[in-house]
Unconditional design. Structure first.
Length: 73
């Protein structure tokens, strides 16, 4: 399964599943990243952390560890 961490810069992906638990999953959902939402990958830092995305019109930075918990298609 592909995660947000694997998505290429400039790609728009749809969230299929959040695999985090407890506070980690809550933090991801608080950013507006939920199942079925489209996420546009704007930029990835040289070492892969953070991943900068646009979700629901907002520009966000997602930690690499959190991006690995977001399954996309």
């Amino acid at each position: 399964m592909k995660t947000l961490r694997d998505a290429a810069v400039g790609e728009t992906v749809k969230v299929v599943k959040l695999t985090g638990h407890g506070p980690v999953k809550r933090r991801i959902m608080d950013m507006g990243i939920t199942k079925g939402i489209d996420v546009y990958v704007r930029k990835v830092a040289p070492l892969g952390d953070p991943v900068e995305v646009t979700v629901r019109g907002y520009e966000l930075s997602v930690r690499k560890a959190d991006a690995e918990m977001i399954e996309v298609e």
